[in-house]
Design a protein around this ligand. Structure first.
Ligand code: NAD
Length: 231
């Protein structure tokens, strides 16, 4: 049985992950954290300030984090002290946050990915392939998300920018869109458009579960979904 804690447990993603964990025979939700008070799947949600005590009393194998960058960074530090694996889905980290997460990964195994969906990870791979042939074409990235999303551009778009060597993405925040990413390669008299649309957050939840089952058996280090999926 893999014992899991969820940070950001009352958020859109955290709640779905907690619910899905409770449906799986090999997973058990043993702790939940959020700044909001409440309960998720029969587990009391603790304030993150209590995390050290809670993680001391309940044995946890892995913490899944879908919160905000500051909270995620703090939780990773605690996990590193307690030698608990982490799966981090939060986006919007600063360079300093990322350096801190990297330092923590010297003590514990961490999967860090701005997008756990299988399709998006293949999408990134496709862009790498396009780059081999069309590096010199004009390129543009458009990402569209729901109006509550805090960071822009999305972590997924930032990764596209990195792969394609583009300096900025166009971001739209409207309605309840789960997440669209559109990449355009424009040449002379022709263009290629590749589009990924996340229709349901379950695409991310399934990937997060895959990552948590994978990471518990790994030595300390910083991993991404490419490692998990063997891409
Ligand atoms: P959300 O705002 O619905 O949920 C965030 C939760 O974190 C809230 O319940 C909030 O109360 C809680 N929180 C705030 N401060 C906290 C703290 N100090 N300690 C613990 N919890 C705290 O957001 P969401 O849509 O669930 O997304 C969460 C994060 O995950 C965002 O950064 C988002 O971009 C990212 N995300 C990643 C993926 C992926 O596949 N990697 C997919 C979707 C969303």
């Amino acid at each position: 049985m893999i014992r899991v804690a969820v940070n950001g447990a009352l958020g859109r993603m955290g709640r779905l992950v907690a619910e899905r964990i409770q449906e799986e025979e090999d997973l058990e939700l043993v702790a939940a954290f959020d700044v909001l008070e409440g309960e998720v799947c029969g587990v009391r949600v603790s304030n993150p300030s209590e995390a050290k005590d809670v993680l001391y009393t309940s044995a946890v194998d892995v913490i899944v984090d879908f919160s905000v960058p500051e909270a995620s960074r703090k939780m990773t530090k605690i996990a590193s002290e307690k030698r608990i694996a982490m799966v981090i889905g939060t986006t919007g980290f600063s360079e300093e946050d990322l350096r801190e997460i990297k330092r923590c990964s010297e003590n514990i195994p961490i999967v860090l990915s701005p997008n756990f969906a299988l399709g998006v990870n293949v999408f990134w791979h496709l862009i790498e392939e396009l780059e081999k042939y069309l590096e010199s074409w004009d390129k543009a990235v458009l990402e569209i998300h729901h109006k509550h999303k805090k960071d822009a551009p999305s972590g997924t778009a930032k990764k596209i920018l990195e792969i394609a060597g583009i300096s900025e993405a166009h971001s739209l925040r409207i309605g309840d869109i789960v997440g669209d990413h559109i990449v355009i390669y424009a040449g002379e008299g022709e263009r290629i458009e590749i589009v990924h649309r996340a229709q349901s957050r379950m695409a991310f939840v399934s990937g997060a579960l895959k990552a948590l089952r994978w990471i518990v058996a790994k030595p300390p280090g910083l991993y991404d979904m490419r490692d998990v999926l063997g891409l």
